[in-house]
Design a protein around this ligand. Sequence first.
Ligand SMILES: Nc1ncnc2c1ncn2[C@@H]1O[C@H](COP(=O)(O)OP(=O)(O)OP(=O)(O)O)[C@@H](O)[C@H]1O
Length: 230
Amino acid sequence: MLNLRNIEFAYGGVKALDDVNMTMAPGKMTCVMGRNGVGKTTLMQNIIGLLRGSGSITLGDEEISGMTAHRRAQMGVALVPQGRMIFPKLTVEENLRIGLQARRDGGKSIPHEVFEVFPILKDFLKRNGGDLSGGQQQQLAIARAMVGEPRVMLLDEPTEGIQPNVIQQIGHVLKKLIAEKGMTIVLVEQYLDFVKEFGDHVYIMNRGTVVAETSASDMTPELVNDHLSV
Ligand SMILES: Nc1ncnc2c1ncn2[C@@H]1O[C@H](COP(=O)(O)OP(=O)(O)OP(=O)(O)O)[C@@H](O)[C@H]1O
């Protein structure tokens, strides 16, 4: 269980997160939605420790808010960042090997299951990350996070700019990780159909705070209209 209590963060004097409270359960996909600029990416960066605000972040029984980003990664918190952040001049294999640094068991080999769920990565092991299509890079970014065998996987807008068949594939892979490993998945997403199809619980943010909470299946047109449509 990942618990956020009273999270606050400001860029200089500008408040970006204001008293954010969320609970993300294992074996569930918790979605964080909201228009551009409401603080979703800032929140993910606070969870992984790249940005440090105030408030409490607990993973199971442990308070992780005082830990460095490196330590949080070793505790099993992984982020698939917005824009994928693949190393373009490294091969697919080298990109995947970077994910091994987060392994708690010191494992040195890439788990075979990443190639079972994303077979294209096996075919392209020696290609440079920068030569992959957007959808293939997104698969690589998710696979790189999987390699570290995280307990919590945060994904920041994984469907952005990706073709529909790969979006579906990604949704099914995330569901598999939830079903087989009881992983805690946290998804920042603006694509409503994806949230409705694959998500469990939804928090909606506006101006740096949570303004609504619902199950994904109960998203009402009013909620979408008030907080999501442009
Ligand atoms: N490095 C920064 N310096 C100053 N302000 C920032 C910085 N990054 C983000 N902000 C501001 O903080 C607020 C929250 O931004 P954030 O990127 O977290 O929102 P978001 O909901 O993830 O938006 P998007 O969907 O566009 O990624 C915005 O007002 C943004 O302009």
